[in-house]
Design a protein around this ligand. Structure first.
Ligand SMILES: [Ca+2]
Length: 447
């Protein structure tokens, strides 16, 4: 071969590094590099006769993201349940650092009865103090409203705060935004289109309040909840004007809202049935100071554990219908002045909200069972002390008798005297008043 055009996509110069060589008059196929650099070498070494070539080139952006590109040259990808069932997606060039000043869009479109389930495996964005993730790199979830291609923001995550697992039957858009200041390895996540039977969903229900209160417990509570579980509850007040309050009675699920985030499991509370955005996203260990009140007459609760969740004891939430009429015909909480049903007093559940346990301490009657128990304990204790007293009395009496010197009138002086002559055995021997005197006899008759 004399003269050639060589191609090397390993970004190295030199004849020996050329991977493919082209010569002659046949057009080479379209060529593209596998990396950010391509080297083309024209070697005319030893050429006798000149020639020429003409080629076009263009830069194609490759973000190393699997998925169907929505528009050429843009960082936007589509995942449709009619074409794929599960897979991974990531920030551009992950695990390498992502480009700065870039927005990437990932669209997940579930068809029919499918739902999209998203869970993150890696999440590493630059640290920030802004809890609203402003002025930094972030990932933001959107859901399509009832209007096609109209999306509403659900939640935004940044810094080291792991996104919670997410599920929806709607079209979900995920936006990754990077600014111009700092770049990191970004994220890697799993998507899965799930259908009935793919997850544990036999939990949750619609609860008509009936003007009172009740409990919502995680699946299997107080035993561990399972992974890959999704439940929804909805509590409806008895009147449109009333509200539903939720108060934590027990809460212990994996994750930490203040540090790592709700990596594998999350409880979400929605203040009404129209808002797609949850009021809060909960995980970790929480106490009864956590109280949530609905905006309208309905409150919704969802529980989602991802396929890689480890399990935890779960939660127990006390719900209470709050009466909003001017006059309260039920029970008025002492501190928070909430009007609740009288049936919620003395039920061992918090129903008066934060720092108010007046429903559990105000005039709570002692139950019959407890009364019987108290009587039994009291009787036992009394009997015990009676027996102790009797035993003490007995021993004290014995000791007293043993140690007490005889009284004067009991004192018997035994003197040996010789009876005077003339006394026989039936005579009483009388001693003179003067004990030094001689004894004398007195005749007594035998009866
Ligand atoms: Ca109560």
């Amino acid at each position: 071969m004399i003269g050639y055009v060589g191609l090397n996509d390993d970004s190295r110069y030199g004849k020996g590094d050329v991977k493919e060589k082209f010569c002659g008059s046949l057009l080479p196929p379209a060529l593209s590099s596998s990396g950010p650099r391509l080297v083309l070498t024209l070697d005319t070494h030893g050429a006798v006769r000149g020639g020429r070539f003409l080629a076009r080139y263009n830069f194609v952006t490759d973000y190393a993201i699997s998925g169907l590109p929505i528009a050429e040259g843009q960082c936007s990808y589509l995942y449709d349940s009619s074409k794929t069932q599960s897979g991974v997606f990531n920030s551009p060039r992950h695990p390498g650092n992502y480009p700065e000043d870039l927005d990437c869009v990932y669209i997940f479109r579930p068809q029919g009865d499918a739902k999209i389930l998203l869970s993150f495996d890696v999440f590493s964005l630059p640290p920030t103090d802004n809890i609203l993730c402003r002025g930094t790199d972030y990932v933001e979830f959107y859901e399509e409203t009832d209007i096609r291609n109209n999306f509403t923001s659900i939640v935004r995550y940044c810094s080291g705060h792991f996104p919670a697992p997410f599920i929806s039957h709607r079209v979900v858009k995920l936006l990754f935004h990077s600014d111009s200041t700092q770049s990191t390895m970004g994220f890697k996540a799993t998507f899965q289109f799930v259908r009935d039977g793919d997850m544990n969903t036999k939990c949750g229900k619609i609860i008509p309040s009936g003007g009172s209160g009740g409990l919502i417990e995680s699946p299997n509570f107080p035993r561990k909840y399972k992974s890959n579980t999704y439940c929804e509850w909805e509590v409806r007040a008895s009147k449109k004007t009333n509200r539903i309050m939720l108060q934590v009675a027990y809460f212990g699920i994996e994750g930490n809202m203040a540090t790592t985030g709700c990596v594998n499991t999350a409880v979400r509370i929605y203040e009404d049935d129209e808002n797609l955005r949850p009021q809060v996203e909960l995980c970790g260990n929480l106490g009864p100071e956590n109280v949530f009140v609905s905006n309208k007459d309905i409150i919704k609760i969802s529980f989602l554990s991802s396929p890689k969740a480890l399990g935890g004891k779960g939660f127990k939430l006390s719900w209470t219908e709050l009466y909003t009429a001017d006059n309260c015909f039920g029970f008025t909480c002492a501190v928070n002045k909430l009007c609740i049903s009288s049936s919620l007093t003395c039920n061992d559940l918090p129903n008066c909200g934060r720092d108010d346990d007046s429903d559990e301490v105000t005039e709570c009657p002692v139950t019959a069972g407890i009364q019987i128990l108290h009587i039994a304990i009291g009787t036992s204790i009394s009997s015990f002390f009676c027996i102790i007293l009797l035993i003490c009395g007995f021993y004290h009496r014995r000791k007293f008798r043993t140690e007490r010197p005889p009284d004067d009138h009991d004192h018997v002086e035994v003197r040996y005297v010789s009876a005077p002559s003339g006394c026989n055995t039936t005579d009483r021997l009388l001693m003179e008043e003067n004990r030094t005197g001689s004894p004398r006899c007195q005749k007594v008759s035998m009866v």
